[in-house]
Design a protein around this ligand. Structure first.
Ligand code: NAD
Ligand code: ZN
Length: 348
């Protein structure tokens, strides 16, 4: 293997290869980056196993990876915000910066978003990669490369908790204890939530959630959404002020509505089937707001400040580590649902 720019390329469903790709030069406003740590996301695994997520279909070979940190190796024309040698976290979605959504500051809704490892846009699971400098965030010396990569999922937690209105004293239900449910626990606690309760169908995931700071856990054993909602209410002594749904499972979304107090808010983070039957009149007459979130917007600086100040500790999320050369092994492990966050180190 030539190995100047070893790169993880998904050719098509089930066909992930490590190949030596051309090293690109940074365009105007971009930096060239020597990649450090890249976390595997459920979406990377899904593109590999299914070749598509909804309308995003892998039609041409695509580089995987979007939860990443790196070191700046070259500056493109006009870049003054960074210098060679800076360690950075990479915000993977670069919007058009011109449309009405971008101008309003809601750039995550930009119709011209280029998001790493969302077809047809390449990701950054490689030795070298180029990205817009203004979507790279310099890491302080005491924040590690792995923490830099974890800013990506943590930003989802920051956006969800912000849209949900989590504040001092909130009683928060989180449904689903995967990596996204877990970043919501640490964010909700950091924002001052008084009680965080989390559900899952997997007892080991709940154990992990408890170790990260969840105050209570509920093992979901019934398909009846009211059963689970009643268990939550019994533990909290009341319904939750806020529910953050992070599983995408239809029964769990139904539980989210039943378990939320009148006047409360349900935030839909989990993305499951496109159409789901919901107790919508129950939500309407109790003024339970239902809000969606799409990734994050303006959240990287907040997520970085939370880590740098020690307000949250995301280090325990990393349960497995591999080298870039071991990418296929890492993806096999991720496919089996083992561990929480699997990190791939791209340094030679
Ligand atoms: P994951 O699959 O690791 O975690 C989902 C968890 O939900 C698992 O632990 C699973 O056991 C649990 N679960 C399944 N059925 C359940 C039920 N009935 N009740 C309670 N828990 C149940 O996935 P993840 O990486 O943590 O991501 C979670 C979800 O968030 C996914 O659907 C993903 O697509 C979505 N997501 C959305 C956004 C967004 O922008 N909206 C961003 C990132 C991820
Ligand atoms: Zn735009």
């Amino acid at each position: 293997m030539g190995d100047t720019n070893l790169t993880a390329i998904l050719y098509k469903q089930g066909d992930l290869r490590l190949e030596d790709a051309k090293v690109k030069e940074p365009g105007p406003g971009q930096v060239q980056l020597s990649m450090r740590d890249v976390g595997i996301c459920g979406s990377d695994v899904h593109y590999w196993t299914h070749g598509a997520i909804g309308d995003f279909i892998v039609k041409a070979p695509m580089i995987l990876g979007h939860e990443a940190s790196a070191v700046v190796t070259k500056l493109g024309a006009g870049v003054t915000s960074l210098k060679v040698g800076d360690r950075v976290a990479i915000e993977p979605g670069v919007p058009c910066k011109c449309c009405k959504f971008c101008k309003k500051g809601r750039y995550n809704l930009c119709p011209d978003m280029s998001f790493c490892a969302t077809p047809p846009i390449d990701g950054n699971l490689s030795r070298f990669y180029c990205h817009d400098a203004d979507f790279c965030y310099k890491l302080p010396d005491h924040v590690s490369n792995e923490e830099g990569a974890l800013l990506e999922p943590l930003s989802v937690g920051v956006h969800a908790c912000t849209r949900a209105g989590v504040t001092l004293g909130s009683r928060v239900l989180i449904c689903g204890a995967g990596p996204i449910g877990l970043v919501n626990i640490v964010t909700a606690k950091a924002k001052g939530a008084a009680d965080v309760i989390i559900t899952d169908i997997d007892a080991s995931r709940l154990e992990f959630a408890k170790s990260l700071g969840a105050d209570h856990t509920v093992l979901v054993t019934s398909r009846d959404p009211l059963d689970t909602a009643n268990k939550v209410e019994a533990i909290l002594g009341d319904k939750a002020d806020i529910t953050i749904e992070c599983s995408g499972a239809p029964p769990s979304i139904r539980t989210a509505i039943f378990a939320t107090a009148p006047g409360g808010c349900v935030v839909l983070v989990g993305l499951g089937p496109a159409d789901v039957e919901l107790p919508i009149v129950n939500a309407a007459v109790r003024e339970v707001d239902i809000r969606g979130i799409f990734r994050y917007v303006n959240c990287y600086p907040t997520a970085l400040a939370m880590i740098a100040s020690g307000k949250v500790n995301v280090k325990p999320l990393v349960t497995h580590r591999f080298k870039l050369e071991q990418t296929l092994e890492a993806f096999e492990l991720a496919k089996q649902g083992k561990g929480v966050k699997i990190m791939i180190n791209c340094e030679k």
